[in-house]
Design a protein around this ligand. Structure first.
Ligand code: MN
Length: 195
């Protein structure tokens, strides 16, 4: 049974860049929905196996991918933010960023621009692709589409409207600019180190 992660900071901790109101709805209602629905889907899969009745299997497999990916990405998202603080990529991660993107600024520019044009609801993701020992920036649609298999997300940004519309309306650019102030690079560094 999947459990919700604890939010690693108080609901007001990301202000003014990410409002308490947005964070509260996002964490308590929307994220909870993904965790609950992942668990419900797992129960239905268990029931299907027990009863050897797979008439609904296509729908269940889709639900598993959608709700499960939604739960995982929200965990990564909440954890890779933190109260505005001057964290930076570690020496190791910075070396990899420079190797793969040319410079930190080039990485940040690509991530920012890719985030702005995520189609409909989705995510922007800095990921390590272990098979290539290479960092890539991915635009994910919904929670599960447009990935590279086996990649490890290091830093994720929720580009669903629910993540910014209350505070930033349709101005994705302002939301992304604000996000850079509350990135917790210590977490991205750890994910990179644990790869
Ligand atoms: Mn979200």
């Amino acid at each position: 049974m999947l459990k919700m992660i604890e939010l690693p900071y108080p609901l007001t901790a990301l202000e003014p860049y990410y409002s308490r109101e947005t964070l509260e709805i996002h964490y308590k209602t929307l994220y909870k929905g993904y965790v609950d629905n992942t668990n419900k889907t797992e129960e239905k899969l268990q029931k299907a196996r027990t009863e050897n009745n797979f008439s609904n299997i296509k729908c269940l497999e889709k639900d598993l991918s959608f709700f499960g990916s939604g739960a995982i990405l929200h965990e990564l998202f909440f954890e890779n933010m933190g109260p505005a603080m001057p964290t930076t990529p570690s020496v190791e991660l910075m070396q990899q960023i420079i190797k793969d993107f040319g410079s930190y600024d080039a990485f940040k520019n690509q991530f920012t621009e890719a985030s702005k044009v995520v189609e409909a609801s989705g995510w922007c993701i800095l990921a390590l692709v272990p098979q290539w020992n290479k960092l890539e920036i991915l635009q994910c649609e919904k929670h599960q589409n447009l990935t590279l298999w086996g990649c490890n997300p290091l830093l994720v940004l929720d580009m669903w409207e629910h993540s910014y519309f209350l505070q930033y309306k349709a101005n994705r650019g302002e939301y992304i600019t604000a996000f850079w102030n509350i990135v917790n690079w210590n977490i991205a560094n750890k994910r990179f180190q644990d790869r």
